[in-house]
Design a protein. Structure first.
Length: 280
């Protein structure tokens, strides 16, 4: 099942994507895609609904981030060997974690803001894991059962803020629009073998990142279990699982985003995003 949120800011509603790729209004069956509604059992009940019985939404309607209320966004640092080596990051024996402000989340096609005085804004296509039930000291098996679904993410980072402003990654990760999510929340039954998912990202039509999740160092159920040892994961929390080789920081000289740049990214079964960078 592919779930979405659609509509103007402040008036978003939940939806379902039918087999033809059209959006159907799901608001008569669920008030919001947040909290208890993300429990895998609740989502299974929604899957029994025939999409043809739901109102059709007009093409071109704005898509929003697929989860309404995000409690926290937990990022995973270097999780692909090539990406870490090219960008100059060390791979630690345990996952590197950071928090990204929940206010950084935005829709899959919303504009990406270039912050004032920023000059090193970077891209990073990732798989995002959305939590559907509480996980605390979860085993790997229980961690898998806590997952509501997956979605596409772009972990936008201001590298100066991340690396030259006191070493706190959160500062470089948390500006508004620095975490486009979606277009869809895809339930795990649609993607039974996440390692086969391939991700890609282009900037201004030039390929920057291409790779498969099978190259991950720390796999998805382990990451959920590991993170749950340090903080309680709750429905609506989002985990960013790390980005592929090809970020702008890895070039010599580095390449960074500027106003007017266009980013396209996608993943197997996850849909696509397209964003334009704007100055503020």
């Amino acid at each position: 099942m592919r779930l979405v949120r659609f509509g103007d800011r402040g008036a978003e509603r939940p939806g379902m994507v039918d087999e033809a790729g059209r959006i159907r209004d799901l608001s008569q069956h669920v008030g919001a895609l947040e909290g208890a509604a993300l429990d895998p059992d609740r989502l299974s009940a929604l899957a029994a609904i025939d999409p043809a019985t739901l109102p059709l939404i007009a093409e071109g309607t704005r898509l929003c981030k697929p989860v309404e209320r995000i409690g926290k966004i937990v990022g995973v640092g270097p999780n692909y060997t090539d990406s870490a080596q090219l960008a100059g990051f060390r791979i630690n024996p345990e996952p590197t974690l950071f928090l990204k402000a929940s206010t950084s989340a935005c829709g899959p096609n919303d504009a990406i803001e270039i912050p004032k005085l920023a000059g090193r804004v970077d891209w990073g296509v990732e798989l995002a894991v959305v939590i559907g039930r509480i996980a605390k000291y979860a085993s790997v098996e229980d961690a898998q059962r806590a997952i509501a679904g997956y979605c596409l993410a772009n972990d936008i980072t201001e590298r100066n803020y991340q690396l030259q402003r006191g070493g706190q990654w959160t500062k470089g990760k948390s500006h508004d629009t620095f975490c486009p999510l979606g277009p869809w929340l895809v339930t795990p039954d649609e993607l039974p073998e996440p390692d086969r998912i391939e991700l890609w990202l282009d900037v201004n039509g030039e390929s920057q990142q291409v790779g498969a999740l099978g190259e991950m160092i720390f796999k998805i159920p382990y990451l959920v279990s590991y993170i749950s040892r340090f903080m309680r994961l709750e429905p609506g929390d989002v985990i960013l699982t790390g980005t592929l080789a090809g970020v702008g920081l890895s070039y010599d000289p580095p390449r960074f985003l500027k106003a007017g740049d266009r980013i396209r990214l996608g993943g197997t079964g996850l849909g696509e995003q397209e964003n334009t960078c704007i100055a503020i």
